[in-house]
Design a protein around this ligand. Structure first.
Ligand SMILES: NC(=O)c1ccc[n+]([C@@H]2O[C@H](COP(=O)([O-])OP(=O)(O)OC[C@H]3O[C@@H](n4cnc5c(N)ncnc54)[C@H](OP(=O)(O)O)[C@@H]3O)[C@@H](O)[C@H]2O)c1
Length: 339
């Protein structure tokens, strides 16, 4: 399979990425048992299909080690040049507290070693407590590490618009912010997108298929109980659905998505991903991959040949208007991590 050129984004001068990123939270436990051998085999499959960009984090179980092993196997079987088409975006999620250059560098070094790279493509920084201003020191030290060549680009995850502004005003160059964004959770539309547009910051979105809830599997189905939701991801987004408007409204949304999907001969997930990919500032949608357990490579490839029309968007927005306002309920992007 070869993805069309529309699947690619020149994200930074040196990073050309696939606009559907493979999410590796799904290897961290709580999403089914991952066999490292089968996971690496699956990674080859994603790469060969054109899904060359990976989203991971220091705390996603073996994710960084899998990237390291995958790089070694790629080199061994296809030569060093094969690495040039692989992009791996990690995160650092430290405990709040005093940040020193030594502490920051030690943690970056761990990711470099695990991923077997000389420089991190993208470091997406997370911070748990805004009252603790040490996040600015951490970012300042990471900027130094960027100058020294250990990090190619600096990014954030789950920062709200207010703090993204504080960081940019401090003169720190941020290329992207990773946030939850889906047809259920549309909070980025309130403030985040506009700020990102003004400051040339891309959004990478997660939760866009709601752990798989936005698919045929849940069309016309009774409300699942907690024990019927097999992954942490499904349980996370079922909670979102409950806050957003509940199962009945969700069924209305899925039914509309199914009609749109049938019209374009694609899947419900395709429509859900395409809608978000088309929003301003969105650089890519991260779709979780249970490596070696399940995959949707062929189906997700169809996103790149799908274009939604005004009528499709109007029908989706008509359902969204009936939902509760998650911005009022939860706050801006990432606030769900800081309550
Ligand atoms: N920064 C953060 O705080 C944060 C938080 C959450 C996630 N993330 C990132 O985002 C990634 C995505 O995670 P997520 O939890 O948001 O999950 P998600 O992408 O909303 O859901 C992933 C699941 O959706 C199902 N799926 C994918 N494509 C499908 C298709 N075409 N048709 C039907 N089902 C499909 C699969 O379920 P089955 O495997 O059951 O088939 C897959 O495991 C994570 O791996 C991580 O990289 C970041």
């Amino acid at each position: 399979m070869n993805l069309p050129t529309a699947s690619r984004l020149q994200f930074t001068p040196d990073l050309n990425i696939c606009r559907i990123l493979n999410g590796m939270w799904q290897v961290s436990g709580g999403h089914g048992r991952i066999d490292p051998k089968a996971a690496i085999q699956a990674m080859f499959k994603y790469m060969d299909a054109g899904f060359t960009t990976w989203d991971l984090a220091d705390h996603y179980g073996p994710a960084e080690d899998l990237i390291g092993e995958f790089r070694r196997q790629l080199t061994a079987t296809r030569g060093k040049e094969a690495l040039s088409n692989l992009q791996a975006f990690t995160k650092w999620v430290p405990r709040p507290g005093k940040m020193t250059k030594k502490l920051v560098e030690e943690n970056i070094n761990i990711s470099l070693k695990r991923m077997d790279v000389e420089s991190l493509d993208l470091m997406q920084f997370h911070w748990w407590e805004y009252q603790d201003k040490n996040y600015l020191d951490a970012l300042k030290y990471m900027t130094e590490l960027q100058t020294e060549g250990k990090i190619k680009h600096l990014a954030l995850t789950n920062f709200d618009t207010e703090h993204l502004k504080i960081i940019t005003e401090a003169g720190i160059k941020i290329v992207s912010n990773q946030v939850q964004f889906s047809l259920v959770d549309r909070r980025p539309e309130v403030n985040m997108i506009q700020f990102c547009q003004q400051h040339d910051i891309k959004l990478f979105t997660y939760g866009t298929v709601c752990g798989g809830l936005l698919s045929e599997k849940y069309l016309g189905k009774p409300e699942p109980r907690g024990s019927e939701l097999a992954t942490v991801s499904l349980r996370k987004y079922k909670n979102m659905v409950d806050g957003w408007g509940g199962w009945q409204l969700f069924q209305e949304l899925v039914a509309i998505l199914k009609e749109i999907a049938d019209k374009h001969q694609v899947s419900i997930s395709n429509v859900a991903v395409r809608y978000i990919l088309d929003q301003p500032s969105v650089g890519g949608v991260i779709v979780g991959a249970r490596l070696g357990v399940s995959e949707h490579i062929e189906d997700n490839a169809k996103v790149f040949s799908l274009s939604l029309d005004d009528d499709d968007r109007d029908r989706i927005n008509a359902v969204s208007r009936q939902s509760r306002d998650l911005y009022q309920l939860i706050g801006d992007c990432g606030d769900e991590y800081r309550r």
